[in-house]
Design a protein around this ligand. Structure first.
Ligand code: NAP
Length: 488
C-alpha cells in the first residue's frame, strides 16, 4: 500500500510521483511513499498560514504549547524501540545509535517545553517617567524546516519543537531517502493534540519540493540542516525574500592530540569521533593532528583500535558501523580515498568496500586511515561524509592552529590533552562553533550548536533557541498627560 503524507493536517496521497524507501543494508523495500506535488505545497503553505492566523495557537499560553511538547516527548519515549528500528531501516545506522537519537529527540521536546514555559519578555524601560517600554517576541508565521538523512529524528525534533513552541506553523521537508520517521513524527504531534493545519510533512525531492516550499511567499523563515552548497542556495532565496535563515551545514573538523594526552583515551575518542555513524556526521572529526613526539605510538594504537571495529548489519547488536546511506554515496566516499592515493596519501587501514556475502547487498565501507597528506590536499579540505580519517603530524603550536583553521568549514573541533590551560587557549583560538576537550560528539541540549564560516549561520538548541523562530517587537506606552511636544 502506498503511504500517505501529511498535508495541512490531513493524511492523504501526495499528488507527486511515488518513491520507494529502501533499507540501505540490503536494498529491500521498506515502503512505497507518495510524494507532494507543487499543488500540495501551495495548499499546505496556504492552510498553514490560515491555521496560524486563525487558530489560537500563536496567542496560546506557553504552558498550553508546552503541554503538547511534553506529550510528544512521552510518546517518543514510549515508542523508542519501534522508532529506533524504523530509523535504522531508513538510514542504515546501527540500532544503538538510532536509539540514542530517538531518546535525544524526546529530551529535546521536553527541554523546549520547559524553556517555552519559562521564557520571559522584558520590560525595557529605563528612566523614562512619561512612557513605559516593553520588548515582546512574536512568531514569524510559517516556517520551512528542511532536514538531511543522517540523523533525521534528532534534527527534525530540533526544528519542530522550538518552531512550534514559538507559536509558528511548520512545513517539514525531510530528505526523500529518509522520510519514514518524519511521517511518524507527524502522527505523534497529531496524537499529542497539535491543532490541525499547523504541521505538514511533505515528502519529495529537495530541488523541486524543497525549493517550492522556501520560495512560497507565505513562508517567513527557513530552518535548514544539510550540505553547504544547498545552504548557500537557500540563503540566496532568503536574501531575495528578505527572510531569516538558520543554516546548519557541513564540516571538516580537526582533532588535536597533544604530547601529554592520555593516549588510550584519545585513540578511542578519535576513533569514535570519526567512525561512529560511519563518518556520516557533520561533526565527524575527519582531520587529525598529532604531536610529533607521540605520533608513532598514537598512530599504532589508533590503527589497532580501528582494525577491531565491527562493520556489519545495523540490526545486529554490537556493530560499530552500519551501512552508508546508498551505493552512490559509497562510490563518492571511495572516490575520495582513490583521490587521496593520487595526492600521495598512504592507506594504513581500510580503504575498501565490503563486497563479500550478505554485506555486498548494502553499502558498507571499512573505517579508513590515511597518512602522508598535508592539510592543503583536497582530501583534507572537502567534506567526505564517510569513515575516512586523514592523520597529520604537528610540531609547532602556532602552525598547528593555522592549519586547523585552514578550512572553509568551522563546525567543531576536538582537543586531547591533560593540560587544561593549553586546552583553553587552543579552544579559544580555533575558528569553530563547538570544541570538545577530552571527549567528542557529546551533546547537551542546553548548549547552543552551530557553525563558524561555511558551516552555517545561527544557532540551534539552548534555552533561547525558541527565539530563533520569533521576531522582536518593542511597545511604547505613554503615561504622561502630555505624551508628545505638540500636545500642550
Ligand atoms: P543536502 O543534499 O544539502 O540535503 C539536505 C536537505 O535539503 C534534503 O532534505 C534535501 O532534499 C534538501 N534539498 C536539496 N536541495 C534543495 C533545494 N534546492 N531546495 C530545498 N531543499 C533542498 O544534504 P544531505 O546530503 O542530505 O546531508 C548531508 C549534509 O548535511 C552534510 O554536508 C552534513 O555535514 C550536513 N549536516 C549538517 C548538520 C549540522 O548540524 N551542521 C547536521 C547533519 C548534517 P532531498 O535530499 O530529498 O532531495
Amino acid at each position: 500500500m502506498v503511504k500517505e503524507i501529511y498535508i495541512a493536517g490531513e493524511w492523504r496521497l501526495g499528488r507527486g510521483d511515488k518513491i520507494q524507501s529502501v533499507f540501505p543494508a540490503d536494498q529491500s523495500v521498506n515502503a512505497e511513499i507518495s510524494t507532494a506535488s507543487l499543488d500540495d505545497v501551495n495548499e499546505a503553505v496556504e492552510k498553514a498560514d490560515l491555521a496560524w492566523r486563525q487558530s489560537s495557537w500563536r496567542n496560546s499560553m506557553p504552558h498550553e504549547r508546552a503541554r503538547i511538547l511534553y506529550k510528544v516527548a512521552d510518546i517518543i519515549e514510549a515508542r523508542v524501540d519501534e522508532l529506533s528500528r524504523l530509523q535504522t531501516r531508513d538510514n542504515g545506522k546501527p540500532l544503538a545509535e538510532t536509539r540514542a537519537l530517538t531518546l535525544s529527540a524526546a529530551a529535546t521536546a521536553r527541554y523546549v517545553a520547559a524553556a517555552c514555559e519559562t521564557l520571559n519578555d522584558e520590560l525595557t524601560t529605563q528612566r523614562a517617567p512619561d512612557f513605559m517600554t516593553m520588548s515582546v517576541h512574536e512568531p514569524v508565521g510559517v516556517v520551512a524546516a528542511i532536514t538531511p538523512w543522517n540523523s533525521p529524528i534528532a534534527s527534525e525534533v530540533q526544528k519542530l519543537a522550538p518552531a512550534l513552541a514559538g507559536g509558528n506553523a511548520v512545513i517539514l521537508k525531510p530528505a526523500e531517502v529518509t522520510s519514514l520517521i518524519a511521517l511518524e513524527l507527524a502522527k505523534i504531534f497529531e496524537e499529542a493534540g497539535l491543532p490541525k493545519g499547523l504541521l505538514s510533512v511533505l515528502v519529495g525531492r529537495g530541488s523541486v519540493i524543497g525549493d517550492a516550499i522556501v520560495k512560497h511567499p507565505l513562508v517567513r523563515k527557513i530552518s535548514f540542516t544539510g550540505g553547504t552548497s544547498t545552504g548557500r542556495h537557500l540563503a540566496h532565496i532568503a536574501a531575495d525574500k528578505l527572510i531569516t535563515t538558520s543554516l546548519e551545514l557541513g564540516g571538516k573538523s580537526p582533532t588535536i592530540v597533544m604530547q601529554d594526552a592520555d593516549i588510550e583515551l584519545a585513540a578511542k575518542g578519535v576513533a569514535y569521533g570519526i567512525f561512529s555513524s560511519a563518518g556520516q556526521a557533520c561533526i565527524a572529526g575527519s582531520r587529525l593532528f598529532v604531536h610529533h613526539s607521540i605520533y608513532d605510538q598514537f598512530l599504532n594504537r589508533l590503527v589497532e583500535i580501528t582494525k577491531g571495529l565491527r562493520v556489519g548489519h545495523p540490526e545486529t547488536a554490537g556493530m560499530h558501523l552500519g551501512s552508508l546511506i546508498n551505493p552512490k554515496h559509497l562510490a563518492s566516499v571511495d572516490a575520495y580515498v582513490q583521490l587521496a592515493k593520487k595526492e600521495g596519501g598512504q592507506v594504513l587501514v581500510g580503504g575498501e568496500a565490503l563486497t563479500e556475502g550478505d554485506l555486498a547487498k548494502g553499502s558498507f565501507y571499512l573505517p579508513t586511515i590515511i597518512t602522508g597528506l598535508n592539510n592543503s590536499a583536497q582530501t583534507c579540505q572537502e567534506e567526505i561524509f564517510g569513515p575516512v580519517l586523514v592523520v597529520m603530524k604537528y610540531d609547532d603550536e602556532a602552525d598547528l592552529i593555522a592549519q586547523a583553521n585552514d578550512s572553509c568549514f568551522g563546525l567543531a573541533a576536538g582537543i586531547w590533552t591533560e593540560n587544561y590551560r593549553k586546552a583553553w587557549q587552543l579552544a579559544r583560538a580555533l575558528e569553530v562553533g563547538t570544541v570538545w576537550i577530552n571527549t567528542y560528539k557529546k551533546f547537551s541540549i542546553s548548549a547552543p550548536f552551530g557553525g563558524f564560516k561555511e558551516s552555517g549561520i545561527g544557532r540551534e538548541k539552548g534555552r533561547l533557541g525558541i527565539l530563533a523562530y520569533m521576531q522582536q517587537k518593542s511597545i511604547y506606552m505613554g503615561l504622561s498627560e502630555q505624551p508628545n511636544p505638540w500636545c500642550d
